[in-house]
Design a protein around this ligand. Structure first.
Ligand code: DON
Length: 303
C-alpha cells in the first residue's frame, strides 16, 4: 500500500508546476542538481519503501538541529530550557530582531540562534564534541558511515556572517560560554551532516518510537521528553511556516535548506523527502507538497 501511494506522489509532484529557488547563500548547496527528488518511508512494524534518488546524500542542514537538541536534552534534562525556549518564532530561521528584543534568549532550539546555543551546551558537556556528536547521530541512525561533509562545512564557515551576528549578539547578553568560532564550528559541522532519504527516514524512527532506537531498543529520550521534542518540531520545525505545514500536512517534522524534510507519525512511521527547490520561507516546495499528498492519501495525520 505504501509503495503505491509513494509512486502516485512521485508522479503527481513530478507533474506539478512547483516553483522554487535553491539555497545559494551556502555556495556548495547551489551545486546540487535542482531536479533531485526522493521520498522514503519506514514503519515501526518493519516495512520500508521509497521512490526517486534514493542513493544520493542530501545535506541535512537544519534537520540536524533535531539531533543536536536530542543530545543536549538527554545530557541536561529540563535544564536545557534555561538556554532555549519552546515558543514558535514566527520569524525567519536566521532572524536577529527577536533575539535582540528578548535579551539573547532564543525562542526555541530549532531556529539558528537556538541550535547555536545548543552547540554551546554540547561543548560544555562533551569531552570531544565533534566526534561525540557524530557518534551519537550514528547511534540513532544505527549506521556508522554517517558523516559530516567537509565541503559543505567549509562553504558555510566561509559565508556564515549571519550566524556570526547571532552568536555575537547572544554572547553580548552573556548567553554563550565558549569561544564563538569554536561553537560555530560545531554548528556548521552539524548542519553539514548528510544522509540518503532512506537513512534519514530510518534515523527519525526513534522519534516515532517514543525515544527508543528500534534496532537496539536503547531509550535515547524518555517517552515524555520525546513527546516534548515532537511538540517543538510541530510548532517550530518550519519557522514562519510552521502553521502552514501543520495545516497542510499535520505531522511533526523538520526542514532544512538542503531541501530535505523529515516527519513522523508517532507510533506509526517516519518519512523523509528531498527536493532542493525552496519557497521564500526556506522550505522545500515539492517536499511540502509530497507530504501533504501522503497524509491526504493515507487519511491519517496526528489531528
Ligand atoms: O545556518 C544556516 O543558515 C544553515 N546551516 C541551516 C539553515 C536551515 O537549514 C534553515 N532551514 N530551513
Amino acid at each position: 500500500m505504501y509503495q503505491e501511494i509513494l509512486n502516485e506522489i512521485f508522479k503527481e509532484v513530478g507533474q506539478s508546476n512547483c516553483r522554487g529557488k535553491q539555497a545559494d547563500y551556502i555556495p556548495e548547496l547551489a551545486k546540487v542538481p535542482p531536479d533531485k527528488f526522493a521520498i522514503y518511508l519506514t514503519t515501526l512494524d518493519g516495512k520500508s519503501c521509497g521512490v526517486g534518488d534514493l542513493n544520493d546524500k542530501l545535506s541535512l542542514q537544519s534537520i540536524a538541529k533535531v539531533f543536536g537538541f536530542t543530545l543536549a536534552y538527554k545530557l541536561k534534562g529540563n535544564a536545557v530550557f534555561q538556554h532555549v525556549g519552546v515558543e514558535p518564532s514566527g520569524d525567519p530561521f536566521n532572524s536577529l530582531i527577536q533575539l535582540e528584543q528578548e535579551h539573547g534568549m532564543p525562542r526555541n532550539p530549532l531556529i539558528n540562534a537556538g541550535a547555536i546555543a545548543i552547540c554551546d551546551i554540547l561543548i560544555d558537556k562533551l569531552s570531544n564534541p565533534e566526534q561525540d556528536l557524530l557518534d551519537f547521530i550514528r547511534k540513532i541512525a544505527h549506521n556508522d558511515t554517517i558523516t559530516y561533509n567537509p565541503k559543505v562545512y567549509q562553504s558555510e564557515k566561509a559565508t556564515g556572517h549571519r550566524n556570526r551576528a547571532l552568536i555575537h549578539l547572544m554572547k553580548s547578553f552573556g548567553r554563550i560560554n565558549n569561544d564563538t568560532e569554536t561553537v560555530l564550528d560545531l554548528y556548521f559541522k552539524l548542519c553539514s551532516v548528510e544522509m540518503t532519504a532512506p537513512e534519514l527516514s530510518k534515523t527519525f524512527l526513534v522519534y516515532a518510537n517514543h525515544g527508543k532506537i528500534p534496532e537496539t531498543q536503547e531509550q535515547i529520550l524518555t517517552s515524555s521528553q520525546t513527546k516534548r521534542l515532537n511538540a517543538i518540531m510541530q510548532t517550530c520545525g518550519f519557522y514562519d511556516e510552521a502553521g502552514e505545514f501543520t495545516f497542510r500536512v499535520g505531522l511533526p517534522g523538520k526542514s532544512g535548506v538542503g531541501g530535505g524534510i523529515a516527519a513522523i507519525h508517532p507510533g506509526k512511521y517516519a518519512v523523509a523527502v528531498w527536493s532542493p527547490l525552496l519557497n521564500s520561507k526556506g522550505n522545500s516546495v515539492k517536499g511540502m507538497k509530497a507530504l501533504e499528498l501522503l497524509t491526504t492519501k493515507l487519511g491519517w495525520s496526528i489531528f
